[in-house]
Design a protein around this ligand. Structure first.
Ligand code: ADP
Ligand code: ADP
Length: 217
């Protein structure tokens, strides 16, 4: 299946993407993760992306689209993929549609994770990420056994620079202005499914999987 996850920052896209991708045996492709790996690796792409990410702005479309094009041409993405964090505006969605059409394929479904603003702020403010394995925790909703230490690998947990209060507010504005219009774009395409993303992680995964099954045949 070819699936896109949309939703405001902090909705739980990354958290759900890992479970959904593993249920469907398809790769999870997260543009945020790829950018962050480039920033830590000190690559040219990372240096360019960092200034936009630190401000909470979108990295320019041509850079992002070229990166996604490369990733989608890799072998593991030929039988399906789950995109997390891309597209992030209507122009990116239009390029993606054309890119897939060149290969004679199209998206099957777009899942929109729905949570209110207060919950998004609570989720982002408490998000902690492992410096070694990248696993995402929450200091209240999903805390590791020992504060500041990743249960999965023993790595050090840190707060993303863009998860500080000022930047969170700006990212929510960017979401409203640039990303939210994707909802009507994909509704018009007839492939949008809303998913209530409140409640425990496993329940959200179950809702997402039921929504996907409705599109599977
Ligand atoms: P979140 O998990 O909070 O939604 P992401 O990890 O997806 O955030 O993205 C972090 C940052 O990476 C964004 O604020 C933006 O600067 C950049 N980014 C990620 N995906 C895209 C994209 N599709 N287009 C432009 N910038 C992007
Ligand atoms: P996104 O990729 O949409 O920005 P994440 O998956 O990184 O969101 O989740 C943001 C934060 O919210 C993380 O700290 C994560 O542990 C937490 N979180 C994710 N899903 C839930 C949930 N259903 N209930 C409570 N907290 C959650």
């Amino acid at each position: 299946m070819r699936v896109v996850l949309v939703g405001p920052p902090g909705a739980g896209k990354g958290t759900q993407a890992q479970f959904i991708a593993s249920h469907l045996s398809i790769p999870k492709i997260s543009t945020g993760d790829i950018f962050r790996a480039n920033v830590s690796g000190g690559t040219e792409l990372g240096k360019l992306a960092k200034e936009y990410m630190d401000r909470g702005d979108l990295v320019p479309d041509e850079v992002t689209v070229a990166m996604v094009r490369d990733r989608l041409s890799e072998d593991d993405a030929q039988e399906g993929f789950l995109l997390d964090g891309f597209p992030r505006n209507v122009p990116q969605a239009e390029v993606l549609k054309k890119m897939l059409a060149e290969f004679g394929i199209s998206l099957d479904v777009v899942l929109n994770l729905v949570v209110d603003d207060d919950e998004v702020v609570r989720r982002l403010a408490g998000r902690r990420t492992c410096r070694s394995c990248g696993k995402v925790w929450h200091e209240l909703f999903d805390p590791p056994a020992v504060a500041g230490v990743c249960d999965a690998c023993g790595g050090e947990l840190f707060q993303r620079d863009d998860d500080r209060e000022e930047t969170i507010r700006h990212r929510l504005e960017v979401y409203q202005e640039q990303t939210a219009p994707l909802i009507s774009f994909y509704a018009d395409e007839g492939i949008l499914q809303g998913v209530d993303a409140t409640g425990p992680v496993e329940e959200v995964t179950q809702r997402a999987m039921s929504a996907l099954r409705r599109f599977a045949d």
